[in-house]
Design a protein. Structure first.
Length: 113
């Protein structure tokens, strides 16, 4: 009985490194995914802040303006009545903390290409 237990213990101990290595390789490294998720969340928060800033501005029709963000770069889109409102929306977005730059793709109603 002792011999059987000793052999089983030696076999188990000998197989442990391979088992541990197999377990480590089976678990994916999620750190790169966490970085992407973090960037996505930061961009989503920045989009929300820009939208709120546009909603607070009485001279801009925020519902006519779309906002998308990628790595801190905010893109404005949509249609407004005049160029002044398009520039004002860009100005507002630029002042939001965290915005790296603003790409203004807002078009004038009736002049869409």
């Amino acid at each position: 009985m002792r011999t059987t237990c000793a052999v089983a213990a030696l076999l188990a101990a000998g197989g442990m490194p391979q088992f541990a290595a197999a377990q480590q390789s089976a678990v994916p490294d999620v750190r790169p995914e966490l970085g992407r998720v973090e960037r996505y969340v930061e961009d989503s928060l920045l989009t929300a802040r820009v939208k709120l800033a546009l909603l607070d501005a009485p001279d801009v029709s925020a519902l006519d303006i779309g906002v998308q963000t990628h790595r801190g770069v905010v893109q404005l889109s949509g249609f407004v009545n005049d160029q002044q409102r398009a520039r004002r929306a860009e100005e507002i977005a630029t002042r939001v903390p965290g915005v790296v730059t603003v790409r203004n793709a807002i078009q004038l109603k009736g002049q869409a290409s």
